[in-house]
Design a protein around this ligand. Structure first.
Ligand code: SF4
Length: 478
């Protein structure tokens, strides 16, 4: 007797295609079996990876809350555990396997425990086969575009006592009004696009998250208005490539339009992530410069400082384009803070091309950078490239780049000492419970002493010490 119900299996062939997308207004219905079995019980969600995954977690939590479940951080108390995975690099995927392995014991203790694996790892054919073989105790595999089905998948598991696999690669519907349970009470992520069509040759996202598709501006503005009216202090507009917002709507809607409309709602702090230099235009720069509540901090992935490597990566811009964009941003907003992503050791990268990357990093002088050794993702064009750069050489280049980036980060961090910064207080510091912690407008962490009543508020803090990746501060004004 087949113990697994297969609704949809991931397919790279389907994932490569671009299907017309549509927008559907979702209506939550809680199946009887879910109410009977799980009402009043607890769930635990562990998310890895990007802001899009965190926002997906909030939808999963919203659906389980609709079934009258509540969140727990205690694995033993949970009746449903969801591992929300990230596939951006090999390392991230390996960590997931370790995490899931640890759940076996819990399942032996509690046979009714429902274990669900979601996110980008299950969207890859090979990884899903490996997960199913390695962890036969997993009950449900849920794809990145099957989250709205969560309660139905649990219902199938309960009523038919079978495992369920629902990982479509060809459903690019935008589901609006899926319930949301926000993780933080004062700052929120708001999706504006899903998926990506850039097909950078090293990247798995266009296959795991599908076609680039925008939400309608009225749906985004409604979600943001609810947040502003509920007292939220910060909104981050999220997409794999936010600057491409609206292009697929083919009605003239643009990222600069939605950015301006959200800024006009009066939110104290507005951010957006992730930007693609290729789609970043003057209109967007002008809107940023016009609204002081749009934070002067941009994450602008460079990836490589060599035009040949950028071409092999399929990044669609040159170093000259990138540096011109940086100059335009700094001309309009001299206090703009830039961070970036850089990959070293891309297939066939020469020493000279690597040195070009160092030159650009030196020229831009970033406030921070995420640096990675190239990690082949099965199914991507780059993974089929013959790679003549040794592991050892990649390691050397990574260390060399890290040294430069750390020095830049340290020097730029030191410039904050003595300055007063506006800080959105997140909560009690994870480092020291006698301290609060929060983020500056440039997204730097500050720890300082202050009353708990300040949590969720924007306060003025004087930076008294730089610890490179965080600051020690002193409360100036509440
Ligand atoms: S822009 Fe490129 S790197 Fe970014 S998500 Fe899209 S394909 Fe991946």
């Amino acid at each position: 007797m087949n113990k697994t119900i297969i609704n949809n299996l991931p397919s790279f062939t389907k994932a490569r295609k671009r299907y017309p997308s549509k927008i559907v207004n979702f209506k939550v219905e809680v199946p009887e079996s879910v109410t009977a079995k799980l009402s009043g019980k607890s769930f635990l969600i562990r998310t890895f990876g990007c802001q899009a995954n965190i926002r997906d977690e909030e939808s999963m939590a919203g659906l389980l809350k609709a079934a009258n479940m509540q969140r727990t951080e205690n694995e033993k108390a949970a009746s449903v555990i969801i591992i929300n995975t990230c596939a951006v690099r090999e390392g991230a995927e390996q960590r997931i396997f370790g995490q899931i392995g640890n759940l076996k014991q819990l399942k032996l203790i509690n046979r009714d425990l429902i274990i669900i694996v979601a996110g980008c790892v299950v969207q890859q054919e090979e990884s899903l086969v490996k997960l199913r073989k390695t962890f036969p105790f997993i009950d449900i595999f849920m794809g990145t575009n099957a989250i709205h089905k969560l309660l139905n998948l649990i219902d199938t598991k309960i009523t038919q006592n079978k495992k369920v696999v629902d990982v479509p690669s060809d459903d690019v519907t935008v589901y609006e009004n899926v319930p949301v349970e926000r993780i933080a009470p004062h700052k929120a992520f708001v999706n504006i696009t899903y998926g990506c069509d850039k097909f950078c040759t090293y990247c798995i996202v266009p296959y795991t998250r599908g076609k680039e598709r925008s939400r309608l501006p009225e749906d985004i503005l409604r979600e943001c208005k609810i947040l502003v009216d509920s007292g939220y202090q910060e909104i981050t507009l999220v997409g794999q490539n936010v600057n491409a917002y609206g292009l697929d709507l083919k009605n003239g809607t643009t990222f600069s339009y939605i950015l301006e409309e959200v800024a006009k709602l009066g939110i104290a702090r507005l951010r957006f992530i992730t930007s693609h230099p290729w789609n970043f235009n003057d209109e967007m720069i002008n809107v940023m410069a016009k609204y002081p509540n749009i934070m002067r901090k941009i994450h602008l992935p460079l990836q490589s400082g060599s035009d040949e490597i950028l071409k092999l990566m399929g990044r669609r811009y040159t170093v000259k384009d990138y540096l011109e964009l940086v100059s335009k941003l700094r001309a309009k907003m001299p206090d703009i803070v830039l961070t970036t992503d850089i990959i070293v050791g891309f297939p066939n990268e020469t020493e000279a091309q690597f040195l070009e990357t160092l030159k650009v990093v030196d020229k831009v002088n970033y406030e921070g950078a995420f640096t990675f050794i190239y990690s082949p993702r099965s199914g991507t064009p780059a993974a089929r490239m013959v790679d003549n750069v040794s592991r050892e050489e990649k390691g050397k280049r990574f260390d060399c780049l890290k040294e430069l980036v750390d020095a830049q980060t340290e020097t730029n961090a030191a410039k904050y000492v003595g300055k007063k910064c506006r800080v959105l207080v997140d909560g009690v510091s994870k480092k020291d419970i006698n301290f609060l912690s929060g983020y500056t407008e440039s997204d730097r962490v500050v720890h300082f002493e202050g009353p708990l009543a300040l949590i969720g508020k924007i306060v003025e803090v004087k930076i008294i010490e730089s610890r490179v990746y965080s600051f020690l501060g002193e409360l100036v004004n509440e």
